[in-house]
Structure formats: structure tokens, C-alpha cells
Design a protein around this ligand. Structure first.
Ligand SMILES: [Zn+2]
Length: 126
């Protein structure tokens, strides 16, 4: 016998029913969406923090840093938005329009990408 995915009561009627009522169906999906939105908020916060750290360094003309310095600032290497390959061929991991590239085991090269790399036509909302 099937049971309501929200409240757990036994379902009566059609065998493909998943919820006992509209209330349970809506509550179930709202809870899922809320949890998903919460995760997105947390990840966005980490991405923004990473971008702010890179922005701070680059705006002080610091373009080569030690990995340990980034870590001590709170940079989290797990989170990046995408990868960008520059014409010279190096692949940068990016947090929005800020990128970093491992030069060697300890050193990282930073770049700020602008409209040349991301023409506004590419950035149009979906
Ligand atoms: Zn229910």
C-alpha cells in the first residue's frame, strides 16, 4: 500500500498517487525548494567570498600569491564558477570574473577577466 510522501498516511484511490492532499503535495515541494535554495545561498556566499579575496589582491596589484596566503584569507578552492582558457593556453579556475591558475605547487597567478573575455552578449540572462 502506498503512503503519502509528506505525512505518511496510507493513500486510498489511484495507485500512482503520491500525496493524500494538495496541502501535503505543496508542503512537500516547498520544503524541497527551500532546502535547495538554502544550499544555493551557501554556495553563492562561498563563491562571492572567493571573488572578493581575489578582487582585494588584484586591486592592490598583487597577481602572484602563495596558496597558503589565499587559504589564510579564507579562500575555498572547492568552489569556483567555471574554467576559462586564456589565448596562451593556461586554464584558469574562476569565481565569476576573477580567475586563478596554479603556476607551481605553492604559487598562484591571478587575473581579472573583463568584457574582452565575456562580451555582454554572452552574459545575457537565460
Ligand atoms: Zn499527506
Amino acid at each position: 500500500m502506498p503512503y503519502c510522501k509528506e505525512c505518511g498516511i496510507q493513500l486510498i484511490g489511484r495507485t500512482d498517487k503520491k500525496f493524500c492532499s494538495d496541502f501535503c503535495r505543496i508542503h512537500y515541494h516547498n520544503t524541497l525548494n527551500r532546502q535547495s535554495n538554502e544550499i544555493i545561498k551557501i554556495i553563492n556566499k562561498k563563491l562571492k567570498k572567493n571573488a572578493l579575496i581575489l578582487d582585494k589582491l588584484i586591486s592592490h596589484d598583487i597577481t602572484t600569491v602563495k596558496i597558503d596566503l589565499l587559504r589564510s584569507e579564507g579562500f575555498d578552492f572547492v568552489f569556483f564558477t567555471h574554467e576559462h582558457t586564456v589565448p596562451a593556453g593556461e586554464k584558469y579556475k574562476c569565481c565569476y570574473n576573477y580567475g586563478y591558475h596554479h603556476i607551481d605547487h605553492d604559487d598562484i597567478l591571478l587575473i581579472c577577466l573583463g568584457e574582452a573575455e565575456y562580451p555582454i552578449t554572452l552574459l545575457k540572462p537565460l
